[in-house]
Ligand binder design. Sequence first.
Ligand code: UTP
Length: 461
Amino acid sequence: MLSATGLARARARLRRHGQEHVLRFFEELDDDGRARLLAQIEELDLDWLDRVLAAEPPRVDPADLTPCTEVILPGGADDAAARRAGEEALRRGRVGVLVVAGGQGTRLGFEGPKGLFPIGPVSGSTLFQIHAERIVSTGRRYGVTPPLYLLTGDSGHKEACEYFKKNNYFGIPRDRVQILQQGLAPAVDFAGKLLLDAKDRLVLSPSGNGGLFLALRRHGAFDHMAALGVDALSYIQVDNPLSASTDPLFIGHHLLAQSEYSCKAIRKTAPLERVGHYALVRGRLRVVEYTEIPEALVHETTPQGTLRYLWANPGLFIWDVAFALAQSRRLDLPFHRAHKKIPYLDEQGELVSPEEPCGVKLESFAMDTLEAAHPALLLACERDAEFAPVKNAEGADSPDSARRLMQGLHRAWLRLAGIAVRDKPPVRVEISPLFALDAEEVRARWKGVRSIEQDLYLREP
Ligand code: UTP
């Protein structure tokens, strides 16, 4: 039996915050349903919710914006020293890899966690597998396997754990893998009222990838890093199979500059491209959403004809671990309001599947912590070699476009190694990170014929 005081306490709390309606169907529930709902209510931080809903949504004043011009271009004089420093850090085990995979992947519409999406153009390897193989290959090259911290959401956590276990963690030592479940935030309607999607269940959704800092701390990942001597954390997003999570050049630039937050930057392809822009806001480096930059500004060019707001965010960062730990203690990370079509129960208890956005999901973003970093740096990278996002089911940023980019890169590596790949009709090529992490490694390992006439998947050396 449920205690009457538990219900009375929940009711009083909800009433204080104007949210008592979530108990509307309570009398219809059996004991299990009542217990489930009360447990969810118990977990809610309603003071936090009131604060977030009362706060002005984060907004950038165009008058405060200036383009960012300090970008390290590859090929500079410091590259050799940076590469050496990065390689030394990898040999000394100073680098950990964080893969954020806690999103819902609604645009892709794939059943199950996005990390299980088979993206390999020839092999059908999953996104998880490719990221794991890169870590294993790095371990072979430098003698120390970087630890993997994988952030999952509520729905995909169990499947991700089972998948990694079934595949023996792809060869990463078990004690170097942590799969961490991130927190959830309640969804509300436009009047700020909590939504139910069943009579005994609130609508909860992942609280944005900014939840990673707290998840790392709550699950002991920072202690794990300290025990291993990891002081640089490489952040990648699960849906980019080309993320070079252990790039020695990037790691080296980050360490030599004693940066707290280092970012790779890609050139925009068009003024109105819908990407996050690197820009200065009152002199501080930030990622500013395309919606926040007035159209007139994004069209501006320099006297040389390049876009003034040129640099975009591909979601590839390296953080100083002490900086990341400090972010996990912050209470002021802004929450963004994403207007979404959220299925909800109406007053009669019928499930409504709205055609238009009807409510708000609250999300914080890891990139919003960039403003707090000092110093921070930007390293330009070649877009097509490092950025193949899998966001949509088709068209731009889809599995098709990502597979094309993967094959384009791997063909280029083979060409650089002097190997011809048949073009007409084209054959498909794919190189697993276990075979090579870059063009030089392809050249060093390739023992076969000098031309490729049929589909090829290169895996073990
Ligand atoms: P996106 O904003 O692209 O979201 O996340 P998504 O959930 O993958 O896709 P849509 O918008 O529902 O279609 C960028 C990265 O941040 C992670 C995602 O897994 C992705 O790697 N993420 C997002 C989290 O880890 N947690 C979240 O709460 C949200």
